[in-house]
Design a protein around this ligand. Structure first.
Ligand code: HEC
Ligand code: HEC
Length: 488
């Protein structure tokens, strides 16, 4: 018979053993979680997709066919007028800067510089305008919600064309009066009534977001200089942030001048939409894939680019953001780019305005007099185009714009990757000289984000040299000649 004491001892030792087991298991789990990344709740990207899955992904990357406008149609004449404006250096304060000064056709509409140079130097890398009809948001921070609204930015930017609203309207009148009159005449002013659309007052309240943005300013050094500056000026730190996020001051202009420049912007946008790059080796590959639904992909592709595509859609998980026909989700992400020598030198308010990205972009787009809700471009242009803008994705998303959302701090627009091999330097401030530098960033994620938090979905990839060169070969397979389809 087992006496009570013995029974208790047995139970204790069993419990002790279990406790030890639990402790060991706990320690092992902790080790796995912290050291090996196992048990990470985020789903791991798949190493590689099956041919069937890849075909579905590829289906979404195909560019729809764009046809030229019929000769002498209004669309065609509008685009032809837009083209003239795009290349006209007379539309600038020093007579030397056209859109094409920075968006050079031979460079796939970029300039090869880290940051654009017009009348002055900008702080942003010049993006390409190819396939821009696919875009929803424009500029790196998405502060324009349509291609036409975008065009007015550089014309009135002191560092780009350096014109004022009035001087621009006067120059269009003076150099392009005949073309303008033939297209727009008098009747175009103040036209369409779009059912169910009410123009809205711009929203310029930056106070709420300021508090949130402040909370996500990363580097201690910046936070202390911000606090010091606020205390010197005897204001709340959040008020200082609100100042840095304030949308650009607007001067009120006579409506007639505004309508002239709005029409000019619509013409430029009409031309830009026909600058198409859809003849890359990758487009050729996608065509073959569609034409041969039953053949293995390996038989249809160049080996290295296909291996790279598999990394792009699998292990690298690039397709999470670089997806769809332009290889951009048209959304904004903080990919964790750190401070640079240029940023180091900026005073704290200028630094904040420079790095905050989409937070300020949202404030600007809501305050813009050319946003889809304000109705100026809609009033100026033909009714069909106006309706399209009002029903566009960026117009609908704008209703739910939320600059308080911390995820927008330090986020920039996912750029297109079409023609990427010929549009360097890279990133919003041109900090990466080559594609290798870009791939190194994604591979190691070494930098601490200049502000805010790096998007959770990104993690170091630890690519082999072979994988990196395959991925680069895939990016290089996206290069296509650019055709101006507005001229047939
Ligand atoms: C001084 C050089 C310069 C000039 C001149 C210039 N741009 Fe740009 N362009 C840029 C830079 C830099 C950006 C990015 C700016 C930003 O995001 O803050 C840009 C952005 C754009 C974009 C947005 C692309 C995207 O993917 O978001 C379009 C479209 C564009 N420019 C068209 C034009 C047009 C049209 C003109 C003439 C009316 C023009 N640009 C004049 C440098 C220039
Ligand atoms: C979380 C979304 C996301 C993922 C995932 C992602 N990117 Fe990006 N990518 C972006 C954003 C946003 C930018 C612009 C960042 C900036 O300049 O601040 C960018 C910029 C780039 C650029 C520079 C483009 C230019 O014109 O300057 C390249 C090239 C690029 N990404 C390739 C890749 C590759 C290759 C992968 C996979 C290894 C990848 N990206 C994964 C969002 C993403």
């Amino acid at each position: 018979m087992i006496n009570l004491r013995e029974a208790l001892r047995n139970i204790k030792s069993i419990r002790g053993g279990m406790l030890r087991l639990v402790l060991i298991a706990g320690a092992a789990a902790l080790f796995l979680i912290t050291r090996m990344g196992i048990l990470d709740p985020r789903p791991a990207p798949r190493e590689s997709l099956t041919d069937k899955e890849l075909r579905v992904t590829l289906g979404a990357m195909a560019l729809a066919d764009i046809s030229s406008p019929p000769a002498n149609s209004r669309d065609q004449r509008l685009a032809a007028f837009g083209k003239k404006l795009f290349f006209d250096t007379r539309l600038s304060s020093n007579g030397q800067v056209a859109c094409a000064t920075c968006h050079i056709p031979e460079k796939s509409f970029t300039d090869g510089l880290p940051t654009g140079r017009g009348v002055g130097i900008t702080n942003r890398n010049t993006p390409t305008i190819i396939n821009s009809g696919l875009g929803h948001w424009f500029f790196w921070d998405g502060r324009a919600d349509s291609l036409a609204a975008q065009a007015l930015g550089p014309l009135e930017n002191p560092n780009e064309h350096g014109l004022t609203r009035i001087s621009l309207a006067v120059a269009i009148e003076k150099f392009h009066g005949a073309s303008y009159g033939a297209l727009f005449g008098e009747a175009a002013v103040g036209q369409p009534n779009i059912d169910g659309f009410t123009p809205q007052k711009p929203n310029t309240n930056t106070n709420v977001m300021a508090g949130y943005t402040l909370a996500s300013i990363g580097p201690y050094k910046r936070l202390t200089s911000l606090l010091k500056l606020a205390s010197n000026q005897s204001i709340q730190p959040s008020a200082l942030v609100a100042q840095a996020l304030q949308p650009e001051q607007r001067i009120l202009h006579p409506e007639s001048a505004t309508i002239v420049v709005a029409n000019a912007a619509l013409a430029i946008a009409a031309w830009e939409k026909f600058q198409i790059a859809n003849q890359s080796p990758f487009d050729g590959f996608m065509k073959k894939v569609r034409a041969n639904p039953d053949r293995p992909l390996a038989e249809l592709a160049d080996g290295t680019a296909l291996a790279g595509l598999r990394i792009f859609t699998g292990k690298g998980n690039c397709v999470l953001c670089h997806r769809g026909a332009s290889l951009s989700d048209q959304q904004f992400h903080n990919i964790g780019l750190g401070d640079t020598a240029r940023l180091e030198e900026l005073p704290v308010k200028a630094w904040l305005a420079d790095v905050v990205g989409r937070t300020k972009g949202q404030i600007e787009v809501l305050a813009s007099e050319f946003n889809c809700r304000a109705g100026i471009l809609e009033k100026a242009g033909p009714a069909a185009a106006a309706a399209a803008r009002i029903h566009s994705e960026s117009c609908r998303e704008q209703e739910f714009a939320d600059p308080d959302n911390l995820e927008t701090v330090g986020a920039f627009k996912t750029p297109t990757l079409r023609n990427i091999a010929v549009t360097g330097p890279y990133f919003h401030d041109g900090r990466a000289a080559s594609l290798d530098d870009v791939l190194d960033h994604y591979d190691h994620l070494k930098t601490t984000p200049a502000i805010g938090h790096r998007e959770e979905s990104l993690r170091p990839l630890n690519l082999s040299a072979q994988e990196k060169s395959d991925l680069k070969a895939f990016l290089e397979s996206l290069t296509s000649p650019v055709r101006d389809l507005s001229e047939n």
